[in-house]
Design a protein around this ligand. Structure first.
Ligand code: CMC
Length: 428
């Protein structure tokens, strides 16, 4: 194969370098195109634009492959735990037993948040969406750790910020929930593992020990692992873009949380449950809603279906569907919306509209059903996604910084009015 592509433009020929990734992904490097030709490329929604080279996550949407640092997602979901996967994503290799121990202990030392943050939390109305609280409180960490905004911090200092954020996000997430139900916050218990501690802060009564169910802890580990990274998606690209301006990790991740909140991205897991509830309340006729999703005059979309990059199946959805069956079985829960979800999936997968457009259930189609079974309320689903995605955001921010990437600044094709003279207000 040639190591350049040839572009013929206005009678002249230009050679553009070809870049090949370790999994044989091919790209044409157009970074010199504008300087050489005066042209930019146009790609709304960046559907076909590689914004960076990255060694963190590989996914092949056609074959349904997803791996972190080379390890298949199926193996990590089955054999690993969330903190081990976080280490893998952030530092690039699986930790030894000692390294994992140290990492866990460092995280445990930072789980408390400054008491003044409680005052900020108290200022939110109880009806506030926990995603808004999460984003605001993560951003406010810059006020408690002002040194984190220095773009010239040493590697050790950056690492402390990373560990702090990993440790504190679960406390902030659980507290935002406690605030929304008007319950007193529960402080972290550092003898517990990450997932058990989070569940305890969510559900314990101040005076009673929370009974930790290993089935629930296992399911939570799986869900967080499956959400931990997904290469250059909307929120991750946001984190990298904000970080490319030398903004702090806290500010960059706060922006990522806001991006994730959107119903076309992480907000879809909440939207799926609301949709399934709507179908149930309407009599449970999934065919009617399939017809609505296909009708171009109807804004209704089948939430939890379709994906920008997976065009065959989403490997995460496969694992989650099985986990949903296992968890509901183990907890003895019969949730009627699981039946509706399966019916809907079956009807969509055999419908020509969905087949033609390669629309399959994505990670969010069944995750909400599991969250619901373990007692997590609907408005916390996207917070759970953020908790899972945090190691990915951190790894991507760190990589962007280590690769000394330039500030992100896309171009545009201007299509507005050409130059015209100002008209005084009384003459318009
Ligand atoms: N229901 C009905 N039609 C759909 C759906 C859907 N869920 N998704 C896509 N389509 C149709 C769309 O109308 C279009 O049809 P046509 O070619 O006739 O105009 C075609 O499929 C292609 O869709 P698109 O919107 O151009 O695809 P996209 O890559 O821009 O959007 C998506 C991807 C995920 C935003 C979209 O599939 C969607 O809105 N899905 C529902 C929301 C959802 O579940 N989001 C979670 C994504 S996974 C979690 C994450 O990683 O964030």
């Amino acid at each position: 194969m040639s190591d350049f592509a040839e572009l013929n433009l206005e009678g002249k020929s230009y050679k553009l370098p070809i870049i090949v990734g370790t999994e044989e992904e091919k790209a044409i490097d157009i970074s010199s195109l504008r300087a050489e030709t005066g042209y930019v490329t146009l790609d709304s929604g960046y559907k076909n634009t590689g914004a960076t080279t990255s060694a963190i996550t590989f996914l092949d949407g056609e074959k349904g492959i997803l791996s972190y640092r080379g390890y298949p997602i199926e193996q990590l979901a089955e054999k690993s735990n969330f903190i081990e996967v976080a280490y893998l994503l952030i530092y690039g290799s699986l930790p030894t037993a000692d390294e994992l121990d140290q990492f866990n202990n460092r995280i445990k030392r930072h789980t408390l948040v400054n008491e003044d943050m409680r005052k900020i939390l108290d200022g939110f109305p109880s009806a506030a969406h926990p995603m808004g609280i999460l984003s605001a409180l993560v951003s406010s960490l810059t006020a408690f750790y002002p040194e984190s905004v220095n773009p010239n911090q040493t590697t050790d200092e950056v690492d402390r910020t990373i560990v702090r954020l990993l440790a504190k996000l679960s406390t902030i997430a659980a507290w935002s929930y406690r605030n929304s139900v008007g319950h007193p916050v529960i402080y972290p218990k550092n003898r517990l593992d990450y997932c058990s501690n989070f569940l305890n802060m969510m559900f314990a009564f101040p005076t009673e020990e929370y009974q930790i169910n290993p089935v629930v802890v296992d399911a939570l580990n799986k869900l967080l692992i499956l959400h931990a990274d997904h290469e250059q998606n909307c929120s991750t690209s946001t984190v990298r873009l904000v970080g490319s301006a030398n903004a702090s990790l806290y500010s960059s991740v706060s922006a990522g949380i806001s991006a994730l909140w959107g119903p076309l991205h992480g907000g879809a897991n909440q939207a799926v449950i609301e949709m399934l509830e709507q179908i149930k309340a309407d009599g449970g006729d999934s065919k009617k809603f399939i017809a609505k999703a296909k009708d171009k005059n109807d804004p209704f979309r089948l939430m939890g279906f379709g994906h920008r990059v997976y065009k065959n199946f989403d490997p995460r959805a496969k694992i989650i569907k099985k986990t949903a069956d296992d968890v509901l079985g183990a907890l003895g829960i019969k949730d009627p919306i699981l039946g509706i979800a399966k019916e809907l999936e079956e009807a969509a997968l055999t419908d020509q509209y969905f087949i033609d457009r390669k629309l399959y259930p994505n990670v969010d189609f069944y995750s909400g059903i599991i969250y619901r079974a373990i007692g997590i309320p609907t408005n916390m689903f996207t917070v759970m996604f953020a908790l899972g995605r945090l190691p990915g955001w951190i790894a991507q921010w760190k990589e962007m910084r280590e690769q000394k990437e330039p500030i992100g600044r896309p171009r545009q094709i201007y299509v507005g009015a050409t130059e015209r003279n100002y008209v005084p207000i009384n003459e318009r």
